[in-house]
Every structure is written in C-alpha cells, then in structure tokens.
Design a protein around this ligand. Structure first.
Ligand code: TYM
Length: 337
C-alpha cells in the first residue's frame, strides 16, 4: 500500500491556492490511504527573517485551519516538523549526497535568493530538508501543487543515490499527486497565488473581505466595456469558477461571458456564491476549534506520536546501514587465534 506524505509551511494564512492545489486532496486521500501523514513544516519557515511570536501564532493558525478543512486525526497523522528532530538528522545525511549544482538549479532557490544580499544557506538546502521530510516516512506519494514538482525530482534523485550506496530499494522514489487545480493564479491574474506575493484569498476570510478582493480582480484584458464578449479560457475568474462551482454553473458562466450576457461583476458574484458555499462549513469548524483549542493540541500530539515511531525506526535503519549504529567492542585478536 502506498504511503502518503505532504507538508505545508506555516508562513502565513492557509489560502485557496494551498487548498485547491493540495489540502483539499489531502482531505480526500486520508480516507483512501490509511496512515497518511501531513506535516506543518516549521523548520522550512525560518529560512528568512521572521518574528518568533508571529511564527508561533501562524503554526497554531495553520494547525487549526487544516483541521477545519476536514483533516481528521482519526484517519491520518497531522504533526509539526519541529516535534520530530529526525527530519533535520536525515537532511544532514542527504546533504552529503546532493551536488551543489542541483540545488543552485532549483527555480525556487533562484527566485528566493534574488531577494537577499547575503543568501542564507538554508534557502539553498531547503529542498534537501524537503526530501528528508518525505523519505523519513518512506512515503511514495506526495499530494502537492505544481510548484513542488522540481523539489520532488530532487527527492527521487536523492533516494536513488542513497539506495545505490547503502541498500537497494530502501527508500521509495516519491511521486507527486497533482489535482486539476495544480496552479491557482493570484487575483492579479499574472503570478501564482502565494503568501509571499500577498495576492491570496484566505480560507477563513469573511464574505465581505473575499468580495473586496474579487471585485477588482483581473479578468480577460480584452473585455474593456460591459458589452465586449469575453474569453473564459484566458480568465482567471473562470478558472476559479471551475474550482468552486458545479459543471452546469461553469458551463453557463462560459456562455454568459462569451455572449457578454453578464458583465465581469455579475460573473464574480456567481463565483462568490460558489466560494461561500464551499468555505462556510470550513469557517464554521474553525470557530468550533477556537472554542475548544485542546482539540488542536491533542491532534498534534497524537500525530507526533505516530510520526515519531516511524521516523525513529527509519533513522535506526539508516544509521545501521551507514555504519553509524551503536558500537560494539571489537573481538580481541587473542580470542580469534
Ligand atoms: P507551501 O507551504 O508553499 O504550499 C503548500 C501546498 O500548497 C500548494 N500551493 C499551490 N497549489 C496550487 N496553486 C497555488 N497557487 C499554490 N500555492 C501553494 C503547494 O504546491 C504545496 O503543495 N516546500 C513546500 C512545503 C514542504 C513539503 C515538504 C511539501 C516542505 N516539505 C514535503 C511536500 C512534501 C512548500 O513550500 O509548500
């Protein structure tokens, strides 16, 4: 049976890009793949400057938001990376096998490092830690959005290299599991929806706040006047309809757009309805969790217990195969004679 692992950074709110690209899939997969592991990767969130108090509160918000989406601790393990020190131990092992050039080639490294005058080595090593996250649990399926594909290629290379040196087929070669909504664009319609670009819609935002963001959002640039026919296939709002509305509504949206039957604001109102339908139960569960924070703590503690048992076993095996297990005194030469 395949093992599922995935992770999310607590570097900001859970947004609809995370949700549609990955987390909604986690919720579906936890029922079909018992033993799935989902990790709040807090060590990944400290590669830049950050405020410890803010990180602490974001870890909390992320755990609460994930539970609110339907992540169920009875079906899977939800835990924090920093509760399991074996992540960083295996990451060190993998740095010894990873060519520097492979890390420098990573698109995310190029993007993130261009923002620094003095580049923290953690930004370069980030995908090594990500490989360790996955392989520590010997997971073979990783539900993620499109932006993580390159990191998973590196994880496969690393598994192959370690296996070739120390034990054939010990680590599986993990594959990405993508959804049809693998790349959600920001509301500018130009770049990926991303916490660092500040172009997100949070999963727990109110209807009014969502509308304030949707109303000015980019649509088909050729639709200048209300009467201009639109092109749904180039419109980011249309792709959000595909994610949040049922097929009959999506079909009608396309017809109304092409014929200029609706203006863009009418179309956005129908999108808002679809979003509110999907997000209201999530917001409701978040309110219940706010009133009962112990449920969040219990879920994380249970998840860490499950994760720790697997992680410790993997590291015992890894150390043994690498000659790093407990020493036994050598047999004295006289006893051999
Ligand atoms: P992160 O925290 O940026 O995002 C979490 C998940 O959300 C997906 N995602 C998106 N999907 C579609 N459209 C978008 N606009 C969008 N934005 C984000 C991401 O692809 C991801 O699946 N490096 C990872 C965290 C990580 C990880 C791991 C993931 C660390 N270790 C091990 C999987 C396995 C990251 O920064 O995700």
């Amino acid at each position: 049976m395949s093992r599922i692992f995935s992770g999310i950074q607590p570097s900001g709110e859970l947004h609809i890009g995370n949700y549609l690209g990955a987390v909604k899939n986690w919720v579906a997969l936890q029922s079909t793949h018992p033993g799935a592991l989902f990790c709040i990767v807090d060590y990944h969130a400290i590669t830049g400057n950050y405020d410890p108090a803010v990180l602490r509160s974001r870890r909390w918000e992320m755990a609460k938001s994930l539970l609110a989406t339907g992540i169920d601790p009875a079906l899977c393990a939800l835990f924090q990376q920093s509760d399991i020190p074996e992540h960083t131990e295996l990451a060190w092992v993998f740095t010894t096998l990873t060519p520097l050039g492979d890390l420098e080639r990573q698109t995310q490294f190029k993007e993130k490092s261009s923002k620094h005058e003095s580049i923290p080595a953690g930004i370069l090593m980030y995908p090594v830690l990500q490989s360790a996250d996955i392989l520590l649990y010997r997971a073979d399926l990783v539900p993620v959005g499109e932006d993580q594909i390159q990191h998973l290629e590196l994880a496969r290379d690393t598994a192959r290299k370690w296996n070739a040196r120390f034990e054939h087929a010990f680590f599986p070669e993990p594959k990405p599991l993508l959804t049809p909504t693998r790349r959600i664009m920001g509301l500018d319609g130009q770049s990926k929806m991303s916490k660092s670009l500040g172009n997100t819609i949070g999963l727990l935002e109110s209807d009014d706040d969502i509308w304030a963001k949707l109303r000015p959002a980019m649509t088909d640039p050729q639709r200048v006047r209300r009467t201009d026919p639109g092109r749904p296939e180039v419109c980011n709002i249309y792709s959000l309809h595909q994610a949040f509305n049922p097929p009959d509504v999506v079909e009608n949206v396309a017809v109304q757009c092409r014929s200029a039957g609706w203006g863009c604001v009418d179309c956005k109102k129908v999108l808002l309805e679809g979003m509110v339908r999907e997000l209201t139960p999530i917001r409701h569960r978040a309110v219940l969790l706010d009133a009962d924070p112990q449920r969040v703590l219990d879920a994380l503690a249970d998840g860490a217990r499950t994760a720790r048992a697997i992680a410790q076993e993997t590291m015992r095996d890894v150390r043994a195969r690498m000659g790093l297990d407990a020493l036994v005194a050598p047999t004295p030469k006289s006893a051999l004679a």
